[in-house]
Every structure is written in C-alpha cells, then in structure tokens.
Design a protein around this ligand. Structure first.
Ligand code: G3H
Ligand code: 13P
Ligand code: ZN
Length: 320
C-alpha cells in the first residue's frame, strides 16, 4: 500500500472547499506522457493554481501505473523546483469498477472517480457507496456521477444526453457519501460536442437547480473542452482533416465556475493543441526527426493553453 500522503499529494477536500467559497474551479487536466505533465505543472506553478492530474484507465494502460505514480511524485518535486509548492491531486478519471478504484488507491492516487452513471440508479448507489467506504479509510476522496453525457466514454457510448435529475441528487449524495458529484448538463467528451447549426449551450438552469438541492456541495463538469477554432484551423492548415468540431463556449464555463462547480475536466483541447504544434513543425521542417524538436513546441503550446484556461476560464490563478 502506497499512501498518496507520502508522495506529497493531497486529496480534493480542502481545495474544493476553498473553490466553493471563492467562486472558481480547479482544473482537472488529463495526462498520459511527460510533455503533458511538464506543461501542466509549468502552467499551474506560473499561475499559482492548484491542479488535479487526471489519469483515465486508458492512460493507465498506456503509460504503466508504476511509471505514472513516479511521474506524479516527480511532479510534486518539479513544482517545488520551479519555485512554488502548489496542491497536486492524482485522480482516477472514469473508474468503472470497485477493483480499479481499489488498485489506484493502493498505488498512491489521492482521489478516484467511480462512474456508475450508465447503471440503473440503485446499482450506481451501491457501487459508489462501496468505493466510498473503501476510499475513506485511506482519506482518499471520491467523485460519483449522475446522468449520462452524450458521446463516447471509454467503451461506453450514448446517443443523447440524459441530463442529471435534480430530484435525485440529494438522495444520491446522502446514500453514497461521495465527496463530489459529476453532472450531465449538455457537455460531452471529445471534439464534436454539437452538430453544425446547433447552438453550443449548456443547461446552467439545471446546474442552479441542482445547487439548490445540495447547497455547498462540490459539482464536477466533464467534457468541458472548448475546441478553440484557431487551433482547429491550424491543424487543418497543416494537413489535418478535422471537420465540424465544436466545443463548449468558454464564457459559459466561466459562469459555471462561479457556482458550485469546483472541478472542470479538460482533455481534448490539450490533444488539439499538441497536434497543431506537431503538425506545424513536421510540415514546415519535413527533414526534422528529433522528437524533442516537435514535442518541445507541442509542450509550449499546451502550457500556453493551460495558462489561458486557469486565468480566463477557471479563475484558479493565485489560489494555490
Ligand atoms: O473522459 C475521457 C478522457 O478524455 C480520457 O480519455 O480514455 O482516451 O484516455 P481516454
Ligand atoms: P473533453 O473531451 O471535453 O476534454 O473532456 C475531458 C473529460 O471529461 C475527462 O474526464
Ligand atoms: Zn470525463
């Protein structure tokens, strides 16, 4: 058993409590590799923001769980070396079983998500409760989910959003004992969140209704990439073929961050930024074959994107 506390990590309890009071949200950025991790830490140290390092089960398979743990521990030391000891959470994104959550807790994660959102309500409650009981023994925080996001999540996909029912949230939170709740209000995973002609809009009215039912309880938004159109244009300029990719407008996320939303998940925008930078280098310098020459610019572009998110969307700058 490796305790996250020995790695210098923190759980999400205190940073969420501060975010709730302060009207901002904590960034949850996914990572799979060193350049993404460097960009996240550099951006969050420079903006003095707390951060949630998020690992999906796919990322865990890709990068190896032992390496990931040392990378997270390294991130804590790296932040100090850069000059500021920001709070860093290591979080399992979309855990789909008790066993996976347990294994992550034993491997040094400080926070886990158990995503039972595709299950019937009572099964979601039972599974989430089981994870909470185990996690809380080790002071690890747990995120649950109610409602289903449209689009693809790992192997599961849904055609349509099933918005979170405000009538269910109080019962779910009480019965499970979760520390935060992910909700479905029109965000979705990936770079194609709306169809052309649709108005990109999230249901802030449902969020506010949920907030009334569980005042002061931390809410999480998944699928919150904005798919910056200048980055998409750059990808396409340098040989990409992304068509009709549309994200969540940043001003709507900024509004959400002022409410009970304490955690905003962003992965796709980082993928787009890296891809744009790599394509540019490889197109402009076709003879280049040193990975540092294209991954370095990709890392710089990612860092710039993350700083923008922290300052202009989440409002978590200077809150570390
Ligand atoms: O919610 C999904 C995240 O963007 C992680 O994606 O499962 O491809 O690593 P992934
Ligand atoms: P995006 O695909 O919108 O970046 O969402 C990421 C996410 O929710 C990770 O859990
Ligand atoms: Zn997600």
């Amino acid at each position: 058993m490796i305790s996250y506390k020995d790695l210098g990590l923190v759980n999400s309890r205190e940073i969420f409590a501060k975010a709730m009071k302060g009207g901002y949200a904590i960034p949850a950025f996914n990572f799979n590799n060193m350049e993404q991790l460097q960009a996240i830490i550099q951006a969050c140290v420079e903006t003095r923001s707390p951060v949630i390092l998020q690992v999906s089960s796919g990322a865990r398979k890709y990068a190896n769980q032992t390496l990931l743990r040392y990378m997270a521990q390294g991130a804590v030391e790296y932040a100090k070396e850069l000059g500021y000891n920001i709070p860093i959470v290591l979080h399992l994104d979309h855990g789909d079983s008790f066993e996976l959550c347990k294994s992550c807790i034993e491997f040094g994660f400080s926070s886990v998500m158990i995503d039972g959102s595709h299950l019937p309500y009572d099964e979601n409650v039972a599974l989430t409760r089981r994870v909470v009981e185990y996690a809380h023994k080790y002071d690890v925080t747990v995120e649950g989910e109610l409602g289903v996001l449209a689009g693809v999540e790992d192997e599961v996909s849904a055609e349509e959003h099933i918005y979170t029912k405000p009538d269910e949230v109080e019962d779910f939170v009480n019965k499970t004992g979760v520390d935060s709740l992910a909700i479905s209000i029109g965000t979705s995973h990936g770079a194609f969140k709306f169809k052309p002609g649709q108005k990109p809009k999230i249901r802030l009215d449902i969020l506010y209704e949920i907030e009334k039912r569980i005042p002061g309880f931390p809410i999480v938004l998944h699928g919150s990439s904005s798919v910056p159109q200048d980055i998409v244009a750059e990808i396409n300029k340098y040989g990409g073929a992304l068509k009709d990719s549309i994200g969540i407008p940043e001003d709507q996320l900024r509004e959400a961050a002022k409410s009970a939303v304490c955690k905003i998940n962003i992965d796709s925008d980082g993928r787009l930024a890296m891809t744009a930078a790599v394509r540019k280098v490889l197109t402009e310098k076709p003879a280049e074959f040193d990975p540092r020459k294209y991954l370095g610019p990709a890392r710089d572009k990612l860092k710039e994107l993350y700083k923008h998110k922290v300052i202009n969307v989440l409002g978590s700058n200077d809150k570390a």
